[in-house]
Design a binder for this molecule. Structure first.
Ligand code: 1CP
Length: 367
């Protein structure tokens, strides 16, 4: 019997040496895949997430097509929020009938007891695990407390989330109260996912970048620290914090106690590393739009990300001389502590063949 292949993804989360740079794609299960659209034509989004056999099937779909190094549970950041007693529907984007804006509403939110409230999520994880290719771990996830607040207070998707942001300033104590509730609920939710078999846990702070530094610290960061502190006490799986549009906020998350920081494409990874220091892995950061370029250009854009990651890793280890040399020779190798990904979710109109080319290229170039 051959020994089990080590997970390159989990090794990279821990900044250990890897045989090649691991890659997965945010929103890798979803509408750009014809097989997802086929299933979705018959079943609404919510049922897909609530029926473990279907959630498991959709989670596994992209892994049948591409040699991805991680799977991510098919669910939504707002799924557990429904169980807090919020009247939330997926249309298919999340819509809250009575947006949460008063202390009375906040105090009426239920405590989340995952085994009671979201057993279907835990069951999905149990169904997925034995069906994963060898060496491919499953990522569980939740929304960052502030990102969840955005939907709960605004009631629906929004570009600027102006209603949610003005709530922070008009009712700061209420905002903190709501964030504390969400932080504790997500800690319980993520802990239960790890206990059910998730091998890494990711927090999506998709709208954190809408905040200035003061508001980010007081609301988003304080709340996510609470979630992370609870998780560090209850599980030892790697933790990933994805901060969208977070370039200007990187120094503020440098001491957040997570293993990996996920970043969008607006800042080169070398710069991100300078701010974060050597003790974090980084995940990212190709622009999802780059998947629309020609095959040669796509490879070039992927190489730029890999080269930045290499520079970042070498500079982190203090090997500046080698970094200069490598830049000159155009050499690309797997950089420890880099997980290749897009900088945000893949777009629904992306050609799956482009994803296949990207995954294969990253493996070939760094392997
Ligand atoms: O079939 C459909 O049309 C439903 C569209 C859809 C899908 C495929 C929604 C509604 N959610 C999902 C799945 C989903 N959502 C996953 C699992 C898929 C995978 O990664 O393989 C994940 C991780 C999410 C996370 C999520 N939901 C985020 C964070 C990530 C990000 O992209 O920033 C956010 C912000 C949401 C809210 C949400 N749910 C659905 C939509 C369309 C949205 C975005 C609404 C908005 O633009 O504000």
């Amino acid at each position: 019997m051959s020994p089990p292949r080590e997970s390159t993804f989990l090794a990279a989360c821990r900044r250990q040496a890897v045989a090649h740079t691991p890659i997965w794609v945010m929103r890798q299960a979803g509408r750009y895949l014809p097989e997802y659209r086929e299933l979705r034509a018959k079943v609404d989004f919510e049922s897909l997430t609530r029926q473990p056999e279907l959630a498991a099937e959709v989670t596994l779909q992209p892994l049948r097509r591409f040699e991805l190094d991680a799977a991510i549970l098919f669910s939504d950041i707002m799924t557990p929020v429904q169980s807090l007693g919020v009247d939330l529907t997926f249309e298919p984007a999340p819509v809250v009938r009575n947006p949460i804006r008063t202390d009375t509403q906040i105090d009426a939110l239920h405590e989340l007891v995952p085994e009671r409230d979201v057993p279907f999520v835990l069951r999905s994880i149990q169904l997925i695990r034995p069906n994963l290719p060898r060496g491919v771990p499953l990522i569980g996830f939740a929304g960052g407390p502030f990102t969840l607040l955005c939907y709960l207070v605004s009631g629906r998707p929004s570009k600027e989330f102006d209603v949610a942001r003005s709530f922070l300033y008009a009712q700061p104590q209420s905002a903190e109260r709501l964030l504390d509730r969400l932080a504790d609920a997500m800690a319980a939710y993520l802990h239960a996912q790890a206990a059910a078999g998730a091998q890494a846990l990711m927090l999506f702070e998709s709208w954190g970048g809408l905040l200035g530094p003061g508001a980010f610290d007081r609301f988003a960061l304080r709340a996510v620290r609470r979630t992370v502190a609870a998780l560090r006490r209850s599980t030892d799986v790697p933790l990933i914090y994805y901060l969208n549009q977070g370039s200007a906020l990187m120094e503020r998350v440098a001491d957040l106690d997570v293993d990996v920081i996920g970043v969008d494409w607006r800042t080169p990874l070398g710069k991100v590393r300078q701010v974060l220091g050597p003790h974090k892995a980084v995940q990212g950061n190709l622009d999802p739009a780059a998947l629309f370029s020609s095959p040669e250009d796509l490879r070039r854009h992927a190489d730029e990300v890999l080269r930045e990651a290499g520079r970042a890793a070498r500079e982190a280890s203090g090997d500046i001389e080698r970094s200069r040399e490598a830049r000159g020779s155009g050499e690309i190798r797997a950089a420890p502590g880099h997980i290749f990904n897009l900088g945000h979710g893949i777009w629904p109109n992306t050609d799956p063949d482009s994803v296949a080319r990207l995954v294969d290229h990253v493996h070939e170039r760094t392997g």
